[in-house]
Design a protein around this ligand. Structure first.
Ligand code: ZN
Length: 309
């Protein structure tokens, strides 16, 4: 038995929110269905933001409702505030993912409130979820944005990341994600921070969310893996970007993550050959959008374990 690693597709949220035009709802559904057929079992399908702010995700409810029909697929919806959580609760999402930016400057610039105010809203969301019958209640994950650095304030204190993670866990978070929102993280820092936060999250899933902004995406995945992290966000074709770094690449590429992990003997459940086919289809659906990733470019080597098996 190989050790399992969960990869969560975030391209439909982190990726599509960076793309100007609207991807038709039926093509989003086709993407999720095809990646699910390739073995994907976790997806962040959308974000519950007002359509006025992000018209790309105006079909949030419909996308979540569809994704939740696929057997075994754990569907997450991002929520940025209490109102988003109220919307999310009306969908069949298995998990709501809330965001707290560790950098106060980033929090104010991004969602126009301080980190403390974001934590207050988290408490209101927990209270809201407690009004729902426990068997029907979605899990609540919290992503700690700018955990590895911030484009506005620069360095983010690691002790502050750990303190906020502890407060969120005590306050009722079911999962924590450490997010390198702007691609500042390096493997040594990743190791230090996950080593520090892991005892705080205990048995709860601890996700790593990396961007490949400066080419360290996979190196950071490996560093977190070595610290025992078994949950990772990634996006098909490395879709996405960074609003503060024009021209920057997006999330770590799903195909490259699957390749590295499977080749190392971990079990992702994802069929790499099928995944590369999904990429081709989605690429056609998003004309003019850059797709990244080295495995798609160079091909799967003869020594790949899934082919050899
Ligand atoms: Zn991100």
């Amino acid at each position: 038995m190989n050790e399992k690693v969960t990869l969560r597709e975030v391209g439909l949220r982190d990726g599509l929110q960076m793309i100007q035009h609207f991807m038709p709802t039926d093509r989003k559904k086709a993407w999720i269905a095809a990646e699910h057929a390739a073995g994907l079992r976790a997806v962040e399908a959308t974000s519950m933001v007002p359509p006025k702010l992000l018209p790309q995700l105006a079909d949030a409810e419909e996308v979540v409702a569809y994704a939740a029909t696929l057997p075994g697929l754990r569907v997450t919806a991002l929520v940025l505030n209490l109102r988003g959580a109220e919307r999310g609760l009306k969908t069949p999402a298995h998990k709501l993912n809330y965001v707290v930016s560790v950098s106060d400057a980033h929090s104010r610039a991004n969602v126009r409130r301080s980190t403390e105010e974001a934590i207050e809203d988290f408490k209101r969301i927990v209270a809201l979820l407690k009004t729902v019958d426990q068997a029907k209640r979605p899990a609540l994950g919290v992503g700690l944005a700018t955990a590895f650095g911030c484009t506005i304030q620069g360095k983010v204190d690691e002790g502050r990341v750990a303190d906020i993670a502890a407060r969120l866990v005590e306050g009722g978070a079911d999962e924590i994600a450490l997010a390198d929102t702007v691609g500042y993280g390096d493997p040594a820092q990743v190791k230090r921070l996950f080593r520090r936060v892991k005892p705080i999250t205990g048995d709860r899933p601890l996700f790593a969310h990396f961007h490949n902004t400066r080419g360290l995406g996979l190196a950071n995945v490996l560093a977190a893996l070595e610290e025992g992290v078994r949950y990772f966000d990634a996006s098909l074709g490395g879709l996405g970007g960074c609003p503060y770094a024009p021209g920057a690449t997006g999330n770590v590429t799903m195909e490259d993550c699957v390749f590295m992990l499977e080749q190392m003997g971990f079990e992702t459940g994802i069929d790499l050959a099928k995944l590369l086919q999904v990429r081709k289809t989605v690429e056609k659906d998003l004309p003019g959008v850059p797709f990244y990733g080295d495995v798609a470019r160079a091909g799967v080597p003869k020594t790949y374990r899934a082919l050899a098996a």
